[in-house]
Design a protein around this ligand. Sequence first.
Ligand SMILES: [Zn+2]
Length: 75
Amino acid sequence: MNILTKLTLFISLITLTSFCKTEVSKDVYICGENGAKRYHYSKNCQGLSNCKKGKFKVSLSDAKSKGLTLCGWED
Ligand SMILES: [Zn+2]
């Protein structure tokens, strides 16, 4: 394996890793700034239709770190 091949492989690995990180840090929606139990991929989700506290956009990793689980309509 020559040095150029190794370099190409290394760069593809970096690209792939950053792509995966982008996937994880996508945004989800919660009802109310605090105290929500569920997160939603869509802000028009049925699970958010009765939300009176306002819909807030947070990152998926933030929602998971707060112990929120995916809404029952979307699993
Ligand atoms: Zn939902």
